[in-house]
Design a protein around this ligand. Structure first.
Ligand SMILES: [Zn+2]
Length: 53
């Protein structure tokens, strides 16, 4: 599960503080094609985009 911020529609890990009161989503949006599309620090622990669904 991930969280999409309702402020700027950025996608975060579910437990990210930056996401605030975001919208829970079960998979990444089609627009997200690489870790470069996930600039928040909550993704720093992710080594490879292939690890994500
Ligand atoms: Zn985040």
């Amino acid at each position: 599960m991930y969280t999409m911020s309702s402020d700027d529609f950025s996608v975060h890990q579910q437990d990210c503080d930056e996401a605030g009161s975001g919208i829970p989503i079960t998979s990444l949006p089609d627009e997200v094609t690489s870790l470069d599309d996930l600039p928040c620090s909550c993704w720093d622990e992710v080594d490879s985009f292939d690890e994500l669904d």
